[in-house]
Design a protein around this ligand. Structure first.
Ligand code: ATP
Ligand code: MG
Length: 166
């Protein structure tokens, strides 16, 4: 199944990690590939303690830098790792965090990604997160959750906080 968590509200990455926790509890192996992120977040420290969750990061320590060539190269290398994770057939849940943004900004080719996504067995959950999921990706998905921001405290000047946003 292909699940997409998109929209501008808070909760996409944390929903995916919540699913990882649930799946790991059920004894499934979980693979998490984080695109466009190279920073260690608090959840990584907690996930280290869970042996059946594997996490790899494919981004620079900074956020997407206007589709620079290095970001494209990092995304490409990330996709190769994802290909290997799918091919080894070990993982029942495969989470690609922030891939929607990467596809929207064309750091990866959408058609090439869709070809790969279609080959994922139906009993494997492929979970794709990030804002601005391309319409074509939504059409191919089995589940789409669109999280809409109604209010956010950053408007009151509250910056990202450890343990809550990072
Ligand atoms: P989360 O990781 O909390 O589940 P998310 O994956 O839905 O959130 P992203 O779009 O990946 O959201 O954004 C990363 C984090 O940055 C979110 O926690 C979000 O609340 C926060 N955020 C978004 N916009 C701003 C902003 N302008 N200022 C500060 N924080 C922001
Ligand atoms: Mg996110």
């Amino acid at each position: 199944m292909i699940q997409v968590y998109t929209g501008n509200g808070k909760g996409k990455t944390t929903a995916a990690f919540g699913l990882a926790l649930r799946a790991a509890g059920a004894g499934f192996n979980v693979y998490i590939g984080q695109f466009a992120k190279g920073r260690i977040c608090s959840e990584h420290k907690a996930l280290k303690a869970i042996k059946n969750i594997k996490l790899e990061q494919f981004g620079s320590p900074f956020f997407i830098q206007a589709a620079a060539a290095t970001d494209r190269e990092l995304a490409r290398r990330g996709l190769e790792k994802v290909r290997a994770a799918i091919a080894c057939r070990k993982y029942r849940v495969i989470i690609l965090d922030e891939i929607n943004l990467v596809l929207r900004y064309k750091l990866l080719n959408l058609e090439e990604f869709l070809k790969l996504a279609r080959r994922v067995p139906k009993n494997t959950e492929l979970v794709l997160t990030g804002r601005y999921a391309p319409a074509k990706l939504l059409r191919e998905a089995d589940l789409v959750s669109h999280i809409r921001q109604v209010k956010h405290y950053y408007r009151c000047g509250i910056k990202a906080r450890k343990g809550i946003e990072l």
